[in-house]
Every structure is written in structure tokens, then in C-alpha cells.
Design a protein around this ligand. Structure first.
Ligand code: ATP
Length: 371
């Protein structure tokens, strides 16, 4: 039986080659009219995987895509796509020669062309005057890849839903079998249900095509659920680049923590793996030298138990109901203020405002030097 101790599996050392990189940015500086937006960014995008660039509005996400696709020349640094330097000292490859597919927020379909015409736009031109069967077959294959029926091939974009338009835009981007696909907030104009369905279909199509993808988004759940790697961009710098579970569970700094989801901040004293604070004596996520620290928890790390049965008691000050779960805002009965103190509870366990509950902290707490 597991008595709660952490058991580390001992494995034979295995040498695993890191995946080859499809895109590499080194020290890229770029901006507009002398105003620098990207302040020397480094980014490696592994081949065949999806990297989400997540950042606030104005953080430079689209600027980054423009630099990679060749619509903006960096003032400094180097951009390598598929092993070829496409921008850098003495090197420049024009956008149309970079082998990059681009899907914009609004799809950007040509309104005067049919679905088939839009998708075929990126394919080699058919011989004039001859019906090109191979061409048509490839269009139908791409429609199938993005999970759209062949019957849509002869419609025009204004006869499609928003989600269908985005899938056609993806099919058009994938048509020339690009080395790299850039998605610039392609789901943001869609309503919630359509957004999820389109995102999932897009993910399947990209995986089936074996495409390396960069998705730009300011939507945290989208980045966490869609990507293999999340690169958090803040004010023209990457704060952290790591798999979704790492950026959410082991944020590099309090800003990344707050940006990725709700966070509870509590001051206290750390010593080795112990953290003494207003929520009780907790475990830290790693070894910490003795001193004052700020601990960080996620609301789902607080379990509500009977008063007196947890490490500390709290009063429920408000409840926000979301259906699948609820968020209960809390205040410690001791009166000690804890910033962002709230618990996420599943639908059927919703407490009432005014209830006194016990709080039990689940899992270790990440700590940062006190600000
Ligand atoms: N063509 C341009 N000329 C001058 N400034 C620009 C230009 N394009 C963008 N900017 C500025 O560069 C900064 C970064 O813009 P960018 O579009 O890269 O941000 P973003 O992270 O993609 O934002 P959003 O999520 O709102 O699309 C912003 O301050 C913006 O006003």
C-alpha cells in the first residue's frame, strides 16, 4: 500500500535524441518604424509538433509570425526554417519561397473562388484547357483531411459557416505540403461549440499531415489543450517555453503562473521541503533554502472538507456556478488575508455563501522568492 511517500521509479538510462527542430529563432529583434517589439527572442520549434505562442494582446505574437513567414525583416538575429537560414546576416528568402502555410484569424478565403478554387490556389497550375483530374482528386483529399464533405467543393465561401471556412483555409494552407503551418488565432471568431469542434478537427488534420505547426493565441485553455509545447510571450520576450503541464504546474515565475490560470498567493517561511503559511504546514514542490517566500497554489489544489478537518477553516464569500464545476471564493476564519483564495469544486459539491469549511491542500506548493 502506498503510505504517501513519493516513490521514484529507477530506470535504466536511455539515450533519446531530441526531436529535430523545424524552426529556430536566435536573438531576433524586430518592430515597426524604429519601435522594437521583439527584444531578442530565441525559439526552437520541434519538427512534427505543435507549439502554441501564448501572450496578451500586443505582446508581439503576430509580429513573431510575420518575422517567421517573411512579411517583416528582423532588425537583428537569425531565422532558420527547415535547416535553411531564411533571415539573418546576409541571408534573405522571400515569403513565397519559405514553404510556409499561413491561416489567418478570418480565414482570408478568396470570396470570388469556390472552395475547390481556394484550396487549389496553392497547387501547381493545371495545364490550360484540360481538366486536371489529379488536381480535383487532391482537392477532395484535402477536404477529407479537414473533415469536410466533398459536396462543399463547388460552394463559395459566403455559403459556408465560420468553422467550415476555417477548415477550408487550413486545407488551402496544407495543399502545397508546407514545411511549416502558422495559425494566427484561427478559432477566435468562432462560438464556443464550433471553436472546440474546429480546433479538434484542425489538430487531427495537422497530425495526419505530419505538419509542424505554430499556433498563436491569447486563449490559455486553447494553448494548453492544442499544443505539445507552450511558449509564453510577454512584452517581446519568452518567459517560459515548455510542455503544457510544465507551464501550468511548474510556472517559471509568478507572472506565468497568473497568466496560465487562477492562482492563490500566500506568504510564508520555507525550510527545505516545508512551507509554513496561513494555510498550514505545507510541502514545497522542491528543495528550498530557508527564507521568506511567496507560495503559489491553483484553486483545484484546495479540497473543501468539514470544518476542523482540514489544515485551516475558511468562510465562503461567494460562489460562481459554471455547471461542470463551481468556484468558491474564501476568507480565512483567522482573518489573515490570502490573495486569490478560492477553491474549484465539482458540480454537485457546491457550498453556500456563508458556509464555514475546512481547507485541505492537495499536492505540493510552488514557491518563489518573496517579492
Ligand atoms: N504595422 C504596424 N506598424 C506599427 N506598429 C505595429 C504594426 N503592427 C503591430 N504593431 C504594434 O506592435 C505591437 C505588437 O503587435 P502584434 O500584432 O504583434 O501583437 P499581438 O500579440 O499579435 O496582439 P493581438 O493578440 O492583439 O493580435 C502592438 O503594440 C502593435 O500596436
Amino acid at each position: 500500500m502506498n503510505n504517501g511517500a513519493v516513490i521514484e521509479a529507477v530506470e535504466a538510462p536511455v539515450s533519446v535524441d531530441p526531436p529535430a527542430s523545424k524552426v529556430m529563432l536566435r536573438g531576433v529583434r524586430a518592430g515597426y518604424n524604429g519601435a522594437e517589439i521583439l527584444h531578442g527572442v530565441d525559439l526552437t520549434v520541434p519538427e512534427g509538433l505543435t507549439t502554441a505562442v501564448l501572450g496578451d494582446s500586443g505582446s508581439g505574437k503576430t509580429t513573431l509570425l510575420k518575422v517567421i513567414s517573411g512579411f517583416l525583416r528582423p532588425a537583428d538575429g537569425e531565422v532558420v526554417v527547415g535547416g535553411r537560414t531564411v533571415a539573418g546576416p546576409g541571408a534573405w528568402v522571400a515569403p513565397e519561397r519559405r514553404g510556409i502555410g499561413y491561416v489567418r484569424q478570418d480565414g482570408g478565403l478568396f470570396p470570388h473562388l469556390s472552395v475547390a478554387g481556394n484550396i487549389a490556389f496553392g497547387l501547381p497550375r493545371p495545364v490550360l484547357g484540360r481538366r486536371d483530374r489529379a488536381h480535383r482528386a487532391r482537392v477532395l483529399e484535402l477536404l477529407d483531411l479537414v473533415e469536410l464533405p466533398a459536396a462543399l467543393a463547388d460552394r463559395h465561401p459566403d455559403q459556408l459557416s465560420g468553422g467550415q471556412q476555417q477548415r477550408v483555409a487550413l486545407a488551402r494552407a496544407l495543399a502545397p505540403e508546407p514545411d511549416l503551418v502558422l495559425l494566427d488565432e484561427p478559432f477566435s471568431a468562432l462560438d464556443t461549440a464550433l471553436r472546440t469542434a474546429t480546433r479538434e478537427a484542425t489538430g487531427r488534420a495537422l497530425r495526419a499531415a505530419g505538419a509542424t505547426t505554430i499556433l498563436v493565441t491569447h486563449d490559455q485553455p486553447e494553448a494548453l489543450s492544442f499544443a505539445d509545447e507552450v511558449a509564453v510571450l510577454r512584452e517581446g520576450h519568452f518567459s517560459q517555453i515548455a510542455p503544457p503541464r510544465t507551464v501550468y504546474g511548474e510556472p517559471a515565475d509568478p507572472h506565468v503562473a497568473a497568466f496560465l490560470g487562477d492562482a492563490i498567493y500566500v506568504h510564508g517561511l520555507a525550510n527545505q521541503t516545508q512551507f509554513r503559511c496561513a494555510l498550514g504546514n505545507l510541502q514545497t514542490a522542491g528543495f528550498v533554502t530557508r527564507g521568506a517566500v511567496e507560495g503559489l497554489l491553483r484553486p483545484e489544489q484546495l479540497a473543501l472538507v468539514a470544518p476542523g478537518a482540514g489544515s485551516v477553516d475558511a468562510r465562503v464569500t461567494s460562489v460562481t456556478y459554471f455547471g461542470h464545476d463551481s468556484v468558491a471564493d474564501l476568507q480565512l476564519v483567522s482573518g489573515v488575508p490570502v490573495r486569490g483564495l478560492r477553491a474549484r469544486v465539482v458540480g454537485h459539491q457546491v457550498p453556500d455563501v456563508g458556509d464555514v469549511v475546512g481547507l485541505q491542500v492537495i499536492g505540493p506548493v510552488r514557491v518563489f522568492p518573496s517579492p
